[in-house]
Design a protein around this ligand. Sequence first.
Ligand code: PLP
Length: 453
Amino acid sequence: MGNDKTRFGLDETRIPEAWYNVIPDLKNPPAPPKVVTPDGTELGPEQIGEVMASLFPMECLKQEMSPDRWIDIPGAVIDVYKTYRPSPLLRARQLERVLGLPEGVKIFYKYEGVSPAGSHKPNTAIPQAYYNKQEGITKISTETGAGQWGSALAIAGALYGIDVEVFMVKVSYEQKPYRRILMETYGATVHASPTNLTDAGSHVLAMDPDSTGSLGIAISEAVEVAAKNADTHYSLGSVLNHVCLHQTIIGLEAIEQMQLADEEPDVVIGCVGGGSNFAGIAFPYYHRKLEGKSKARLLAVEPKACPTLTAGDYRYDLGDEAGMTPQMLMYTLGHDFVPAGIHAGGLRYHGDSPLVSQLVHEGEMEAVSVNQVACFEAAVQFARAEGILPAPESSHAIRAAIDEALAAQAAGEDRVILFNLSGHGHFDLSAYEAYNSGSLVDYDFSAGTTLSE
Ligand SMILES: *Cc1c(COP(=O)(O)O)cnc(C)c1O
């Protein structure tokens, strides 16, 4: 098995024509979202549908619950995908050499940092902006953690002539000014969340004027803006089923590329914030397992500071702090949990994709949590071997990939490891500076805070 190539490229004619929808392949039907009003009444599915229709394009809502296994990618979206896809898949030969791995232990990575935003996020920002444009929407509001989602949507908005308003988690706004400048350069408006522009933000600031913000709070603010303006929709860069759907382009390409390498992975790894890049690489392999063509373990990696899948509860919870969003059945640390300010801002989310949560709950996927210092160690080792400087989020997948390789070596086993390198870290140099100067510290779950109502 295997060959001596390093880079397994596909040309633009090999971009998949359909996304893979995992819903029809789940053992149990996914649990529907729930909305409970402040007076305790539960809304029916039709009423929830009305609320959702004020926030999202119909096409995305259809995809959210679609029973179809394959969903066609619009030709106009494929045309934009062609500017950076298929993304490369590489064998990490220099990293393998540095680690001193035996011949049977191999590390491959799919690299999503080649997109204009430097991460996987445009894979969903582009179709979401496209579907909004089709419906005549002129403005999209959203939140962003580390700034990657905001920049992806800012680019997509610029492509389709849609205004983009971004609520950026304050800790990242302060740590990552360049992401803000990037978004503004693409024409977006950016606020440090919590703001006094919304009821949700004002409420948080009244309780804690020094709040560093969280994704949950920023989502509340962005949803509020969309709910109050008819020409404005809201867009989410992770968590939701249609977002995971759009990201499956990663895994569908990876399956073809691993075939060019004459290898089947034994383990498929992705970092998890809201779960979309992990879903993107892992869901197509879940399908491949059902087809009997793969036996891969599917491994989600999250930070110890925000260990949703490994230490959270599996229950209905709100997607945001203020309760602007429906409740979803997922792993959660509680919607009012604010994790410590780790540098992997994109992984600081209290909840997780309901689809990823369900697959973990049903034992179809595994999850581990890792500390940030160990992740930066892995990221620097990777950068010095492979040349690519990883995003702090992606470094979690690298840590787990290296740990898998070393464990296989110690056990004297062969192992083919595939991980998703979700983005580059060119806008995260202050985090690398902290690591280089030895001032980076670990936080666990208990270092987070809970907003008291
Ligand atoms: C946003 C982001 C993540 C986390 O989001 P998921 O939805 O869990 O994928 C991970 N890596 C990068 C580079 C990101 O930008």
